[in-house]
Design a binder for this molecule. Structure first.
Ligand SMILES: [Ca+2]
Ligand SMILES: [Ca+2]
Ligand SMILES: [Ca+2]
Length: 271
């Protein structure tokens, strides 16, 4: 049987819109930075202090012998009893990302004393290469790592809002989704399915478990051009691997497709 022209037109437009959405999603993630620490066992090989590429840091180091930095088992390892260890990426990402999905594998070992906020991960701008954490005013968003009293156990602390995740252990893939775009953005959640994050909010996952949903970032007016990791309290080893940082699709891009499609349908209906 034949459907009325309007229904067939709507079906064709619907298929076209679906195609545009798929195209927009397929075009999405752009690499901002990645590093899996597999190419060398020498820490310095991952550093370029002046002109780092999208796989290199401006600095990886420690403030003294109390923190030993090494490449161990193909991961970046900070073994701490004192001082502070860090990585810094201070050369700006270009173009400046407005959304980020910052993923890394995290594990701890050798810890036996619970320590809140032993280490911190930060994204912001105008960072330096000091081993200490960056100032809040320079920090778009941050989360901390708490060491547990049981070896291998840790938790993630949303330090900005004062919330702790449940206890984690083993190697956890942490996914930190940041939105500085000015509007809500959608993304594919770890493990599949659609998720969203509002402007100047963050989602944090361990594996496929959402630990923090749309929590406020530290300084909403900041931008996301620099990275810092700083480990400055507690005893134990923190291992970092498979850093993968991508930007998410511009919410405006998908919105424009939808608006354009709606405009075509409206014109057809008037005709
Ligand atoms: Ca690795
Ligand atoms: Ca969310
Ligand atoms: Ca903002």
């Amino acid at each position: 049987m034949m459907f009325p022209l309007r229904v067939r037109t709507a079906a064709i437009l619907g298929a076209a819109v679906t195609g545009l959405f798929l195209a927009a999603n397929a075009a999405q993630a752009t690499l901002v930075f990645d590093q899996n620490f597999n190419s060398s066992n020498v820490v310095a090989d991952y550093v370029n202090s002046t002109t780092p590429d999208s796989h290199q840091f401006n600095a990886i180091g420690s403030s003294g012998a109390g923190t030993v930095v090494s490449i161990s088992g193909g991961a970046l390892s900070f073994a701490r009893t004192g001082n502070a260890g860090s990585f810094s990426r201070t050369t700006d990402f270009s173009p400046t990302p407005t959304t980020l999905q910052y993923q890394l594998d995290l594990s701890v070992s050798g810890n036996s004393v619970a320590t809140t906020s032993a280490a911190s991960f930060q994204v912001g701008s105008a960072f330096g290469t000091a081993n200490s954490a960056e100032a809040n005013a320079s920090t778009y968003a941050r989360f901390n790592v708490n060491l547990g009293a049981t070896p291998g156990e840790f938790s993630i602390r949303d330090i900005t809002n004062g919330n702790n995740s449940p206890t984690l252990s083993g190697t956890q893939t942490i996914t930190w989704v940041l939105n500085n775009s000015g509007g809500t953005t959608s993304y594919t959640a770890p493990g599949g399915g659609s998720a969203s994050v509002a402007d100047d909010k963050a989602d944090i996952y361990a594996g496929t478990t959402l630990l923090f949903d749309d929590v406020a970032v530290q300084t909403p007016a900041q931008v996301m051009t620099d990275l810092k990791f700083s480990y400055s309290a507690g005893t134990g080893t923190i291992n970092i691997d498979n850093i993968a940082i991508n930007d998410l699709p511009e919410p405006g891009a998908i919105g424009l497709f939808a608006l354009a499609a709606a405009g075509v349908i409206a014109r057809r209906r008037r005709a």
